[in-house]
Design a binder for this molecule. Structure first.
Ligand SMILES: Nc1ncnc2c1ncn2[C@@H]1O[C@H](COP(=O)(O)OP(=O)(O)OP(=O)(O)O)[C@@H](O)[C@H]1O
Length: 269
């Protein structure tokens, strides 16, 4: 990351002082009918303004369920979630104008060009005709999209979906695995956009990838089984939680087909 170290919490599980939570989740529970296992099991977590929080977990950990509750797709079974101080159970109308979402499914329309998409979503967010044009141009340029074309490749579709999440000055931006299945060049473009646009926004980035969480996250929240396992700066998590694996290769004399390989866990000798 090109960001200064102080924004990344420097080896602490606590957020840097003075930060304001843009999203607060408390004791969140979600049970789906017919599924005996709760999808969320008392999840409590803060996402701070001005920071990218990587929401890291394996398949089925509860990431999409959490993000769906935050975006008002369905209510929690118990617990609370507040976005910019508004409760998602009672006040989604106050949240929506400030919320940008890049879901796992496509939100694009075949008949619209890339710039028409940005215009359309900007208009939905309440931008005036005078404001939407400059925003459209800026986003097109920053994401590296060519106007007047249709989003035909998967890479362009994903870039456009991420750009749409930011249109209209979204203060809270939720991205559900935005780089999954994207080619390396488009992936880099998306990551650069997130780093460029995260200032002053609460940015939640759901991902499976530890390297992406470490690269982009000011904070990393790890979930499993619908619970929070740990949360902190990447440096804190590396220093306190990561087991180090060392692989020792011993080259024997002669041309033996199988060389002895020894792996162990712990500090190097
Ligand atoms: N509509 C549903 N009905 C029943 N169970 C569900 C439903 N949606 C999710 N679940 C279950 O809830 C748990 C959490 O799923 P969720 O999709 O939130 O995980 P995830 O971390 O987003 O996984 P992925 O990375 O695959 O998207 C899983 O056990 C899943 O099977």
């Amino acid at each position: 990351s090109q960001r200064p170290a102080h924004t990344r919490g420097m080896g602490s599980s606590e957020a840097p002082p003075g930060l304001i939570p843009g999203v607060s989740i408390r004791s969140l529970e979600k049970r789906f009918p017919g599924n005996p296992q709760p999808a969320l099991h008392g999840l409590s977590l803060d996402f701070y303004q001005g920071l990218i929080t990587a929401f890291l977990g394996h398949n089925g950990a509860g990431k999409t369920t959490t993000l769906s509750i935050l975006t008002g797709l369905f209510p929690p079974t118990a617990g609370s979630a507040c976005v910019l101080g508004h409760d998602v159970r009672s006040n989604m109308a106050a949240i929506r104008p400030h919320l940008g979402v890049c879901p796992q499914y496509s939100v694009l329309f075949d008949m619209l060009t890339v710039d028409e998409h940005v215009w359309f979503y900007g208009w939905l967010k309440g931008l005036s005709a005078a404001a939407v044009g400059p925003e459209q141009d800026r986003l097109m340029q920053d994401v590296g999209l060519v106007p007047k074309r249709h989003a035909q490749t998967r890479g362009i579709q994903w870039k456009l979906s991420v750009a749409i999440a930011f249109v209209g000055g979204s203060q809270v931006v939720i991205l559900d695995e935005p780089t999954a299945g994207v080619d390396p060049a488009s992936c880099r473009g998306i990551r650069e956009l997130l780093l460029k646009y995260h200032d002053d926004r609460t940015l939640i980035l759901s991902t499976h990838h530890l390297d992406e969480a470490e690269l982009l996250g000011d904070r990393v929240a790890v979930v499993a089984g619908g619970r929070l396992c740990c949360c902190g700066s990447p440096l804190f998590l590396w220093c306190h939680l990561v087991s180090r694996y060392y692989l020792t290769l011993v080259k024997g004399k002669g041309a033996r087909p199988a060389l002895p390989v020894r792996a162990r866990v712990g500090e190097p000798e």
